[in-house]
Design a protein around this ligand. Structure first.
Ligand code: ASP
Ligand code: MG
Length: 465
């Protein structure tokens, strides 16, 4: 059995929906479809609750949402159109009540927010199922709260409880597939043990698709989107960048975390636990084999596989002459930042300084948080914006000598100054920071060093025998 996951950009128009239906129909294996909200919908739901609204605004928003979904149904009266219209109507009515509730009570809890955000996926599951039914498939929309995708209580960033979810969802989904039903399952959300809807973080449908795969022992998970797969570098920065055929789980997780927008980093974990392959597929070029992510295949040829980056980073440095001796110094600082909602991307510590990488956007909050620490955190601190974090990824780091030296020599030759380096924390990646203005040169220098200046004729990897 396969999982076919379709992202928001696959669900936004008549043309893409037809392509989706063709992909599902052409798949001869047993299959379960998992869908995101159509692109823009989750943002619009979030925006609608972001400030108090006039009743008229809510009314208009709900009507627009409803019409947009109806517009995406197959035009002709056919199998199940009436049912789909009724289902959309019921969802939209509930959504409207929730939005009024938030507006009147002037209170938006994490719990209510998650419930409201889940409607994007609920609606797209109806739309996609109706499209598949139109193509003579026996498709049924199914919601992950009703199926019992159990998560932790952390609203907005919940984690799936895999074994509980497997017990709940596995039998139901497998029984449906056996009866030739194509389940169209909502991504992005689940439910707590106590019965409240939770979302798993933005772009989280890849992750829920992996949880569905885990629960049904499906293999592989195909992630359908509008790109071919992972690349050796961002083609916007490096013109010789090429598509990668194969990545290990850890390589994919590092790349996903550090900048590559191809896959949600968390999707790797459930897949890795059961050895399920994840395949990135392009809706516009279904014949392209895409990037396959699976058990590690070491290669001699490609020591590193890709260079990715995060361009909007700031370095926070807290100085204290005795930092290295003070127990809990690092924990105090990261704890205080995390309480303030600042995500710590990486941390390094010396005898006199703790250096922490944060998102540029978090600078003001981080400043306030550090200043407010009781007794002051350290003797002084500084924040350096305008930094980029470069991440070179490859299983080759673990078994080839001199890789780091090659990386840094390539960068040094371009006269680029490297600031913080983090190596060893991950077996498959080296991270370092450079000035943001040097980013393009840095990425190109590394790409040229390892992949040469020409596009490889065959980028496939030769497994070490
Ligand atoms: N619809 C959700 C979001 O936009 C989840 C997803 O797209 O995967 O974040
Ligand atoms: Mg989305």
């Amino acid at each position: 059995m396969k999982i076919l996951k379709f992202g928001g950009t696959c669900l936004g128009s008549e043309d893409t929906l037809q392509r989706v239906a063709k992909v599902v129909k052409d798949e001869k294996d047993q299959k379960i479809v998992v869908v995101s909200a159509a692109s823009g919908v989750t943002n619009s739901l979030k925006d609608c609750t972001s400030r108090p609204r006039q009743e008229k605004e809510i009314e208009d928003f709900v009507l627009t949402t409803k019409l947009r979904n109806i517009d995406m149904l197959p035009k002709k009266d056919g199998a199940g159109r009436k049912e789909a219209l009724d289902m959309i109507d019921a969802k939209v009515t509930k959504l409207e009540r929730l939005l009024y509730g938030v507006n009147y009570t002037e209170e938006l809890t994490g719990r209510t927010s998650d419930l409201i955000l889940s409607f994007g996926e609920r609606l797209s599951a109806i739309v996609v199922a109706s499209r598949l039914a139109h193509e003579n498939m026996n498709a049924v929309p199914m919601e992950t709260d009703a199926l019992g995708l159990i998560t932790s209580e952390q609203h907005g960033n919940a984690v799936a409880l895999l074994d509980r979810s497997e017990k709940n969802m596995g039998p139901t989904l497998e029984a449906a597939v056996k009866k030739d039903v194509v389940p169209v399952v909502t991504g992005f959300f689940g439910i707590t043990e106590s019965g409240h809807v939770t979302t798993v973080g933005r772009s989280g449908t890849d992750y829920t698709a992996a949880v569905v795969a885990y629960s049904t022992n499906a293999n592989p998970i195909e992630i359908w989107k509008e790109v071919d797969g992972f690349m050796s570098a961002d083609p916007k920065l490096v013109k010789e960048a090429y598509q990668i055929d194969r990545l290990s789980y850890d390589e994919a997780a590092e790349l996903a975390y550090f900048g590559a927008q191809v896959l949600h980093a968390r999707a790797v974990q459930p897949a890795k636990l059961k050895g399920i392959d994840i395949v990135i597929k392009n809706l516009y070029r279904p014949e392209n084999p895409g990037t396959i992510i699976g058990a590690s295949k070491l290669t001699r040829k490609e020591v590193i596989k890709s260079v990715s980056y995060l361009s909007n980073i700031a370095t926070l440095k807290v100085y204290d002459t005795g930092a290295g001796y003070k127990s809990g110094f690092l924990a105090d600082i990261t704890g205080c930042l995390s309480k303030a909602g600042v995500n710590v991307l990486s941390a390094a510590m010396s005898q006199t300084c703790v250096a922490i990488l944060i998102d540029d956007a978090d600078i003001p909050i981080a400043k306030r948080a550090i200043k407010s620490m009781t007794g002051g955190a350290g003797e002084s601190f500084e924040i350096n914006p305008g930094v980029a974090l470069v991440c070179t990824v490859g299983e080759g780091f673990g078994y080839t000598k001199g890789v780091a030296a090659r990386v840094f020599k390539a960068v040094a030759t371009k006269n680029i100054n490297v600031d913080l380096i983090s190596a060893g924390a991950s077996m498959v990646a080296y991270h370092f920071t450079v000035d943001r203005k040097d980013l393009k040169n840095t990425i190109n220098a590394i790409h040229h060093e390892f992949f040469g200046q020409t596009v490889p004729e065959n980028s496939s990897n030769n497994p070490v025998s």
